[in-house]
Design a protein around this ligand. Structure first.
Ligand SMILES: [Zn+2]
Length: 148
């Protein structure tokens, strides 16, 4: 089997560790608020004037806060395959940071298998191929072994 080259579909938003991928966010050094995608210029917390941020890997797990079926081509930054295939999108509240991160749900898992509060984990999945290169994106997957 030939190993296809794997590159991120969006550079710098997540680690490429296939087994334990992490989204890469930033944390305001003044108020501790987490951001994803990374904030670099100013803190979005209206009560904070922070301008310094630490880069941090975010929790790999969280719980579904909301979900929907994407039956239309979503706007950027949701890079989608062409031709477009409907998929589920989950808004997941990260375990530690308590922030909501949207992502596609892994292929083969439709909205009928999802419910609010369901534990999810971050995985990497090929979004599309460019020649020999796999462009990969983060997705949410029901946490293996979790009770549903
Ligand atoms: Zn801040």
């Amino acid at each position: 089997m030939t190993e296809a080259k794997r590159v991120p579909a969006i550079e710098g938003w997540y680690t490429m560790d296939q087994a334990q991928p992490h989204l890469l966010g930033s944390r305001c050094t003044s108020c501790g608020t987490y951001f994803f995608p990374k904030q670099k210029q100013f803190c979005r917390n209206p009560a904070c004037e922070g301008t310094a941020f630490d880069d941090v890997p975010l929790s790999r797990t969280g719980r579904i806060w909301s979900y929907t079926n994407a039956s239309y081509q979503p706007p950027e930054p949701y890079v989608s395959p062409d031709p477009f295939v409907p998929f589920a999108i989950a808004a997941v509240e990260l375990e530690k940071e308590r922030m909501i991160v949207l992502g596609q749900v892994v292929s083969g898992t439709g909205v009928e298998k999802l419910r609010v509060g369901m534990p999810m984990e971050l995985v990497l999945e090929t979004l599309h191929k460019e020649g020999e290169t796999d462009k990969v994106i983060w997705k949410w997957k029901p946490l293996a072994g979790a009770r549903s």
